[in-house]
Each structure stands twice: as C-alpha cells, then as structure tokens.
Design a protein around this ligand. Sequence first.
Ligand code: CMX
Length: 423
Amino acid sequence: MSLLKKKLEKLIPETQQDIKSLIAEKGDTQISTVSVAQAYSGLRGIKAFVCDTSSVSADKGLIIRGYPLLDIVNILPEEVFFLLLTGRLPNSEELTDLQSQYSSHSKVPEYVWSVLEKMPKDSHPMTMFNLGILAMQNESIFRKKYDEGMHKSEFWKYILEDGIQLISKLPELGAGIYRMRFNKGDRIESDSSLDWSGNFVHMMGMSDQGKDFHKLMQLYFMLHCDHEGGNVSAFASHTVASALSDPFYSVSAGLNGLAGPLHGLANQECLKFVLDVHDHFSGAPSKEQLKDFCWDRLKSGQVIPGYGHAVLRCPDPRFTAFINFGRDYIKNDDVFDIVNSLFDIAPKVLTEQGKAKNPWPNVDAASGSLLYHYGLKEFNFYTVLFSISRSMGMIAQMVWERALGIPITRPKSVTTDWIKENS
Ligand code: CMX
C-alpha cells in the first residue's frame, strides 16, 4: 500500500468522527443567506459547501491547508498534492514513494493517441487534452469496482487510485499533445529518473531550455494546484463527481470549465493581449500609450485578461510568485517588461472605470510571459499546463468528498415568478 494511502487510512476515520460531532453540535447554525441579487449573479459570495484542501481569502489569496501560498512556493508539485490530501508536507520517504507511483503509471494507453490523431489538425489543445482524459475513462478502477458492488466506505480508495493513475499520465498526455499539435516531431519516451515536472519538460522536447525552465515548470505546476471549491472548474468537477462519475469523467468536466476565457483560458488571452501591445507599438510602449491601449480595449467591450477576480480583492499571490521569478531570472525582455508595466497601469484604469470589484492581477497575468521567454510560444497550449496542475486539486477534493460521504449536488433553483411572489 502506498504511504499516501496509509496516511489517509488513519486520517479519514478521525476526520469523519470530527465532522460528525461538528454537525451534531452546530448542524442548525446558519452560515450564509441568499439575496435576490445573488440568485441572479453566479451565486457569488454564498457559503454553501465545504472544501478543506485550500481556501482563498479576499485580502491574502490562496492558503493551502493553513500555509499561505508565498510561504511554500518552492515545494514540488508532488509535495503539494500530498499536502492537499493530508494536511501536511511529505517526508522524503513519502515523497519518493509518491514519485515512484507517478513513474510507474505514467504511460498513456496507445488507443488515446489513435483518438487524438483523428482530430482536426487545428483542434484547440484543451479540446485534445480533455478528450484524451475522457478516452482514458476505460481505465477507471473506481468504475470497475462500483460495477462489482463495492461498499461505499471503499469509494475514496478507488478515487485515490484513479486519481494517481490520472495525474501520473497527464505530463505524457500534455507533452504528446504539444508535439502532435505543433508539429514538433515524434513523441518522446518518458524518463523515470526525472521528477514529474522534469519528465514533462523532457517529453515536450524542451530540456535544452536548462534548469531555469525546469524550475519554472515546477513553480507553475505548484502554483495552479487548487483554489478552494467554488471556482468554475473545481465546482464543475465536484458536481459531476457527486453523481459518482469517476475521476476521468469528473476531471475532464472540470477542465472543460477551465477552458473558458473568463477562467483558465485567460492565461492564453493575457499573453495574446500583451503580444498585441508589443506588435502595436513595435516594442514596449510608454505608460501613457499603455493606458490608452487599455482604455481602447475596455471601450470596445472586452475585458483586460489577467485582471479582476470573483473572490480576491488584492494582487493574487500566485501573480506575485511569477513576477518574483521573472524579476530574478529574466532580464531585457520586452514582453515581460510590458507585463510589469501593465501591473502599474491596468489597476489604475480599471479603478478609474469603476466596474471591476477587484482591479488587481490574477494568476493569469504574468505566467504566459515567462513561458514565452523560455521558448514555449504556442500560447493556446498554456491552459493545458494550468490543467495538468489543477487536476491535483480536483482529485484531492474528490477523495475527501467520497471519504466524507458528501451526497449528490442538487441545489434548488426558483423561477422569477417565485421570487416576485416571495420577496
Ligand atoms: N476587465 C474589464 N472589466 C472587468 C474586469 C476586467 N479584467 N474584471 C471585471 N470586470 C467587469 C465585469 O465584466 C463586470 O462588468 P459588467 O457589470 O458590465 O458585467 C464588472 O466589472 C463587475 O465584475 P466583478 O464583479 O468585478 O467580476 P466577476 O466576479 O463577475 O468576474 C472575472 C470575475 C475574473 C471573471 C472578471 O474579473 C474577468 O472577466 N477578468 C478577466 C478575465 C480573467 O482574467 N479571468 C481569470 C480569472 C482567474 C482564473 O480563474 O484563472
């Protein structure tokens, strides 16, 4: 048995008991109310379910199991997955154990490539990635065990098993799609001596970008891992998984939400915006020019990608971590300079416009410029990287939802007539 599973076997009964007592003691306490305006506005701000893997505070941003993000930016993505699931960082034996599981399950079945090869050559990489995950649903152990009549107390174990299978395969799937979609040549065999991010860089064919790019990918996969439970992708995967759809179905569903331009696709949109600025001014513009460019964009009814957030009311610490990386490692780069200038200008423009509740940058504002610097220029691939990482959060949330026996998601909708009669 893996050390991660062993740890969870001990932790889960303790937490089940703790929550049982909490519900017995405080089950009737109100934690939220819903106004008519909220009912028409994306459920914003309504506290209606629990997610313990991470939380997002308006003025501090992401906190993972009690650790403010900027305190743990240097940990590996493998470590953050262990942390999301268990509430503590792995020791070196536990880390090696998890890494060896990732290595042993990294191979994507051949039939997946046959499916992807049949797709139109200009398919969006996110469509290919999500379809690849869905195609692998045939591998689900949870589904097989469910069909055999497994007891519900066993659900979490096979969600974990599927989850590890899936996470192990995502670097090979993502890298293979990159090479196929952008004509980079044959797929490159996985190298089990490398860590999860290093193996991804190797299979992309980008090892020649050196250790700084490897470090950037470790940071990238760590920073995007989770963002509590209510964002579109987490909530979509939570809802689908609550029907006992297995992790392949549920993660693919969540990632279809991540592919929207107001969510994860904003990283591709943001770099596109920055490159438009660069092309328009044939280099980095002055602050006045950049301000006018932002205003033109707003006046044409488009958002400034990478800025604003439904929960945050401060610069996203994930943005800060990326900007710090860029300032440490990247010199004389017009594209990164524009990202830095935007950080100065865009919040002022958005504040002046007075619509966005949060004028500050989110995770998507800087990441693309760093990838671009290291030669990963195909920006419609960027959301696949976000997806590889975010799958960890979805899986961790799913394991706990099944362990705690959270039932099928089914909030109640009402009609406009009902609101008129009852408000
Ligand atoms: N540029 C222009 N207008 C913006 C804006 C931005 N970056 N952010 C918010 N606004 C506008 C909204 O479109 C809305 O306008 P209307 O009243 O005309 O509809 C108004 O300000 C109020 O919106 P809000 O309450 O501040 O923001 P929401 O909670 O509704 O939406 C988000 C949040 C992220 C979708 C929004 O800020 C946005 O569209 N940002 C740009 C896209 C982006 O960067 N998304 C990535 C978010 C992080 C992630 O999930 O990856």
